[in-house]
Structure formats: C-alpha cells, structure tokens
Design a protein around this ligand. Structure first.
Ligand code: GLN
Length: 484
C-alpha cells in the first residue's frame, strides 16, 4: 500500500527502487474502483494508464486525479454535465500540461457538481458523490470526487477548482487540505469557466507540504490567460517553515460568536467551541490572534453578492453550450429549437435556476439595481479585508456550520442565520485571496475544517501559518475511516 503516503515519501520510494511508477499507477487505479463502488467519486477511470519516467521532479511517476472541469486532451471532460457527456477536448489545460511536464500521471477524472455550481456533490450527471467517512453524508462540493478520492487514499493529490469555496469546503468535510492560491497564480486556460472573476484552480491534498509542491508545479504566467501573473520568485515548498513567531491573525466576531445566533444546532456549537480551542493552539505557537468586529450588513451581503455575480458570469460564460460546438446536438426543426432542446435536456434544474437569476440581473433594466450594486458591495467587502490585511497576516475562521451534512432530508438547506457561517469563504474569491483549509479535528466523529485566508500574493505566509498549525495537530495525512 503506497497511495496513503506523502509525495515526498513516494518520491523516495521511487528513487530507491522500492516501488515502480507502474506499480503505483496500478494500485491507484484499483483503489479508484474501490472508491467508485463506495462513493461514486469518478466520471472516468483511466484503466489503461501506465507509469512514467522517474526523474528528480518530486511529482514524476506519481498518480493524481483531475476534476472533470479541466480540459484533458484525448480524455473525456464533461464538467459532470449531460451537455458535455461525450466531449473529448483536443488540448490540455495549462495546469495539466505543467503536470505532464513534471512527469505526473493522471489516473482519473473526478465527479463534481455540474460545472462547479453547487456545494453538495449531488448534481453530477453520474449521480451523487458520497462521503468516505460516512456514506449517508455528502462530501460538499463542487470538488466532491477529488475530496472523496484524496481522503480515501487513491493518490496524494487531486486538482480542484474554487469559485465560492469548492475546494476548501469539501476538503473540510473529508478531513483533508484544500488550497486555492491567489487569483491568477495558476492559469485558468482550459478550466471550464463558471464565473471568471471568481474562478481559481487549486488542489486537494492530505498535507500542507503536498499542497505547496503541487501548486509550485501548476503555477506560472501563461499567455493564454491574461489574468495569470509571474510568480517565478515564489517557491512555496522551498520556503515552507513553521517559524511563525509574531504573526498576527484575526477572526470575525460576528461569524464565530455563539451569542450572535439564536438557534444553533448542537454540532455547530461543538464546531465553534472546537475552533476557539484551536485559537488557543495558534497562540501557543507564538502568533497573536485578535477578534475583529465587521459590519453585520456587509457580512450578510456576502452570499447575495456571490449569487448575483456568479450567476451573471455563468449565464454569459455558458451561452456557448448550444449543442452545436460541443456536446450532443439537440432535436428540432431549426437551430433555435435544437439549441433549446439541447439546453433543456442537458442542464440540471439547479443550473437552469441560476441561468434565470443571471439573465434577470443582467437585463438592462435590472443591471444597475442588482449586478452593479453587487459589484459595489463586492468592492466594499474586499476593501474591508485589504484594510485588515495591512495589520494582520491572515484571517482565521471555521469552515461551514460543522461536519458534512446528511444527504437525505432538508438538512442541505441552511438556516438563514447560519448563511454567513456557511458561505464566508466566498470572501476569498471576491478578493482573489489565497486561502487554505486544513483539518481541525472531529465533531460527532466526523471531520471539520479550519481556514486561513491572507492578502493577495501572500501565499507563502498563509501556507506557513497552516503548516505550523498542522504540525501541532494530529490530522496530517489523514485517511478516511468509515465511521457509520
Ligand atoms: N457552493 C458554491 C456554488 O454553489 C461554490 C461553487 C464553487 O466554488 N465552484 O456556487
């Protein structure tokens, strides 16, 4: 059994000849089938994949997983949507090209909420992804399959994308690490666009160190993505250190203070208590942590701002899904009917709802009131954070309202007053801020997460803080154990 190991351990085993890349790929594929049977985590498993050359690159010869919204040349890439159920791209996303150049071996394409829209892992065209810790619960989404696979020990890492929290929340629910670097640090070329101003590439791993290694490989300026930037001076893995003495963090009172809520479920109380306990641990590492109060109206605006902007951008981005250029051709007497048929049959109801919202807020008569106001509120939220990042190295907050939710019944719908607690990670997308989730123990025997977000380009700082904290806790390299 190798696939439970870290990237560095695997690299050493490959170099010393203890195991071959072929053997690693075989193990990873057989583990993929096991996890497929249990969790329904994949759209495609690359059964014929072979091992590769082992070089001094840490990722060479090691298997990994790819979220199904990354274009992979010659490999089915569906975005977990019926509209692209047969789509095989003729080019690789830049992130994939970079991983090939490093000698990394993709072994499967992971299931996701359709086109990244959703936070449950229940809207994939191949069915719901189940949480490996408890099969009656969700993984969260949208990078559900990637989270389930990494947590199950299919490979040390899988790619994810994050528009609202889609890497960082499933990571929390599956007891692993999820890292979304600063906006544009990894080229988005070849990533199916959802909401371009919020979309980030990133990775799910079982340790901060592995996240640093993978992002070092995926990042870089790319002339095919004009929002990418030159990060060649950033070497996350080389500069990882747990020396965080004197770093200053803050948390937002309104989000973590139990007295700010009327009806807290038991697991949320435990989750918040658990968070406060970890704050003491953070302090014991020589960091300062302060409580900061932020205008409640501004916080309450987060989720509406996200809905308006993400739906508007998605509606525009996905207008090319007509069934003419990609996907199965719709039926009908003329192109309008054919397009309508393709979109009616292809999209899940969740996406259709979002297109309705997006079209509405973009209508000339509504633009000022909804879309432009959302942009203004986004600016206010980002400015508030940037001001705080002048004084603090990072923002630390609990992820979500507790552990993974049950799949049946209405638990998926969060109580209104818990929305901010559930959705605050969207702040990281509004500002393009680097943001990392690491495991923070258990509530009801299920994993919960803690998140650190910092200022743009300050990835090293937040990674080091996460690295230091991780080293003081016992959840590094955690593999899911089915508890129920
Ligand atoms: N849950 C959010 C949504 O439904 C996040 C999605 C994402 O980050 N891709 O849109």
């Amino acid at each position: 059994m190798y696939m439970n190991k870290t990237i560095k351990e695997l690299h050493e085993d490959l170099i010393s000849g203890k195991v071959t890349s072929d053997e690693l790929v075989k193990e990873s594929i057989s583990k993929s089938h096991e996890v497929q049977d249990k969790c329904n985590a994949f759209v495609t498993i690359l059964d014929d994949q072979k091992g590769g050359k082992v070089t001094d690159n840490l990722l060479s010869g090691i298997p990994y997983g790819v979220k199904d919204n990354y274009s992979t040349k010659g490999i089915l890439s569906t975005g977990s949507s019926n509209t692209l159920k047969d789509y095989v791209p003729f080019f690789d996303a830049t992130a994939i090209t970079k991983l090939y150049e490093a000698g990394a071996i993709p072994v499967n394409k992971t299931a996701m909420d359709e086109f990244g829209m959703g936070g449950t892992g229940t809207t994939c065209h191949t069915g719901t992804v189940l949480n490996p810790w408890d099969l009656s619960r969700m993984c969260a989404g949208s990078s559900a399959g990637s989270a389930a696979a990494v947590a199950s020990g299919v490979y040390p890492y899988a790619l994810g994308s994050d528009t609202g929290d889609s890497i960082r929340k499933p990571a929390a629910f599956c007891g692993i690490v999820g890292y979304k670097p600063t906006y544009g640090m990894i080229s988005r070329y070849g990533l199916f666009p959802f909401a371009s101003s919020l979309d980030h590439c990133g990775v799910l791993t079982r340790s901060v160190e592995d996240a640093a290694i993978v992002v070092d490989t995926m990042k870089g300026i790319d002339k095919k993505d004009m929002t990418s930037w030159d990060s060649s001076n950033i070497k996350l893995y080389d500069n990882l250190t747990s020396d965080v003495l004197g770093k200053k963090l803050f948390y937002i009172k309104e989000i973590v203070d139990k007295n700010n809520y009327k009806n807290l479920p038991k697991e949320t109380i435990e989750h918040l208590d658990n968070f406060m306990k970890t704050i003491e641990l953070v302090k014991s590492l020589g960091m300062e942590v302060e409580e900061v109060s932020i205008n409640q109206d501004l916080l309450n605006a987060i989720s509406s701002v996200y809905v308006v902007i993400s739906c508007a951008e998605a509606t525009s981005n996905m207008s090319n899904l007509t069934g003419f250029i990609f996907g199965p051709r719709g039926e009908g007497k003329n192109y309008i009917e054919q397009m309508k048929d393709h979109r009616t049959k292809g999209f899940s109801s969740l996406i259709k709802r979002r297109f309705v919202i997006g079209s509405y807020v973009l209508q000339i008569v509504n633009q000022e009131r909804y879309f432009k106001n959302a942009q203004r509120a986004r600016r206010m939220i980002v400015d508030t954070m940037k001001e705080l990042f002048k004084k603090y190295d990072g923002l630390i907050l609990p992820v979500g309202t507790g552990p993974a939710k049950k799949l049946e019944n209405d638990e998926m719908v969060t109580d209104d007053e818990l929305t901010v607690l559930d959705e605050h990670l969207q702040i990281g997308n509004f500002g393009g801020f680097p943001s990392i989730t690491i495991p923070n123990g258990f509530v009801d025997n299920l994993p919960v997460g803690i998140n650190i977000t910092g200022n743009c380009y300050d990835d090293q700082n937040i990674l080091n803080i996460a690295y230091a904290l991780e080293s003081k806790m016992n959840y590094k390299n955690q593999i899911a154990k089915e508890v129920k």
